[in-house]
Design a binder for this molecule. Structure first.
Ligand code: GLU
Length: 447
């Protein structure tokens, strides 16, 4: 969709010039601008104050050397990042991603998205992201530990419970958070809530592990209810097989769905009768293995190399793997095969052309910023518990999560109608997320 506002087009040209070639970051900014196009004429105060000129420039970008020694005694060097994008409504908050594809563009797109997502949670958290081009795959526990210790040795000077609170993302789970937290505590002599996604014995919150996947299903259920649909007896495709995918599958199954496929970066499993989630958990979470092993045990399922998961028939699709994993062709296949709802568990998994197709076809579409906000929302609940030095029960945190996801749906649904794009939850999420941050920035003057 072309952006019509001259102001937004001028800002976008500046962003392109200043962030030349940063494909993912430019994609994320463009998508938000397409939504802001609907409101910017009505808010000359925001234009005059240059709110969007400021919003697209991170408040602080840190990149640093991470040297470590592998099991063979060979010195390795990776690049670490922390991009503190916006702190208008709370301390910077967002995950750390350890993956070989990590670069400035990826961290910037994730940090930018996080501003809006965190705002939608209605909790006081700003937007940031970080990580490293380190590949945890095939590394020993000792190597991962030494990498995490080196990473935190630099990162510790940039974070604090009231400044910036990182968490996990792809490649960073409770093992890595444990190593990072242990090193922080050792070098600062402080036991503080400076990371979320911690283990339960040292300040973690119940439900945090499940939160992104569970939250995705709570959000999707709200969205489905609008059209008198539900997960019940519906075939569901879920890409990925990490934390988000596994717990989305768990909740979807609990809600009566038949989850028939999951994937990893090598291929996908197709289990028409429904997947055996215990086996997936054993392979992926315990053994850190590959999905291909699943079909060796479960003979009723088939394993397919490559990225053909979206060509299967389904009612609901939940992309939970990574950015730009669902292209236009995939979207066309899903629509043709009867899919009526898509909700994004990963960050920006659908390419812009795919989103356009879903919206045009009238398919229920829950964008990542809203649909996967349950993870970071529960992180904010972990921060609250750390501040009051108490822990809430599983039921208590889960109920808060359900309420947050229901509110997010309601707010973005209402915003889509209020700003002239009824039912377009992409526009609703971008606008509702933006306005809260913009109002805070406006209140601060030029900072
Ligand atoms: N990485 C997650 C996300 O994309 C969680 C961030 C957090 O808990 O701070 O929102």
């Amino acid at each position: 969709m072309p952006v019509t506002s001259a102001y937004l087009n001028r800002v976008f040209a500046d962003v392109e010039k200043r962030n030349h070639g940063e494909k993912e970051f430019l994609q994320a900014v463009k998508e938000v601008f397409e939504s802001l196009d609907l409101i910017i004429e009505k808010r000359p105060d925001l234009v005059k104050a240059g709110i969007i000129d400021r919003l697209v420039e991170p408040e602080r970008s840190i990149s640093f050397r991470v040297p470590w020694v592998d099991d063979q005694g060979i010195l390795r060097v990776n690049r670490g990042y922390r991009i503190q994008f916006n702190s208008a409504i709370g301390p910077y908050k967002g995950g750390l991603r350890f993956h070989p594809s990590v670069n400035t563009s990826i961290i910037k797109f994730l940090g930018f998205e996080q501003i809006f997502k965190n705002s939608l949670t209605s909790l006081p958290i700003g937007g940031a992201k970080g990580g490293a081009d380190f590949d945890p795959k095939g590394k020993s526990d000792g190597e991962v530990m030494r990498f995490c210790q080196s990473f935190m040795t630099e990162l510790h000077r940039h974070i604090d419970a009231d400044t910036d609170v990182p968490a996990g993302d792809i490649g960073v789970g409770v093992r890595e958070i444990g190593f990072l937290f242990g090193q922080y505590k050792r070098i600062t002599n402080r036991f503080a809530g400076i990371l979320t996604g911690k283990g339960l014995s040292y300040g973690g919150s119940l439900v945090r592990t499940e939160a992104t996947g569970y939250g995705l299903c709570y959000f999707t259920e709200e969205m489905l209810n609008q059209r008198g649909k539900s997960f019940k007896d519906t075939p569901v495709l879920i890409s990925g097989s990490g934390n988000v995918a596994i717990f989305a599958a768990e909740k979807a199954i609990e809600m009566g769905a038949r989850v028939i496929a999951l994937s990893d970066s090598n291929g996908f499993i197709h289990a028409p009768g429904g997947i055996n989630l215990d086996l997936v958990k054993e392979i992926k979470l315990v053994k850190r293995g590959r999905l291909a092993e699943y079909a060796d045990v479960e003979r009723s399922a088939t394993y397919h190399e490559g990225r053909g998961i979206w060509k299967l028939q389904c009612g609901i699709a939940l992309p939970c793997a990574t950015q730009n994993e669902l292209d236009e062709e995939d979207a066309a296949a899903l629509i043709k095969n009867g899919c009526f709802a898509v909700a994004e568990g990963a960050n920006m998994p659908s390419v812009p052309g795919a989103v356009e197709r879903f919206l045009k076809a009238g398919i229920l579409f829950g964008p990542a910023k809203a649909a996967n906000a349950g993870g970071v929302a529960t992180s904010a609940l972990e921060m609250s518990q750390n501040s009051i030095r108490l822990s809430w029960t599983f039921i208590e945190v889960d109920q808060r999560l359900q309420e947050i996801m229901r509110n997010i749906f309601k707010n973005i649904h209402d915003a889509s109608a209020a700003y002239g794009a009824p039912g377009n939850l992409v526009a609703g999420a971008n606008i509702a997320g933006f306005l809260k941050v913009a109002d805070a920035m406006l209140a601060y003057g030029v900072v």
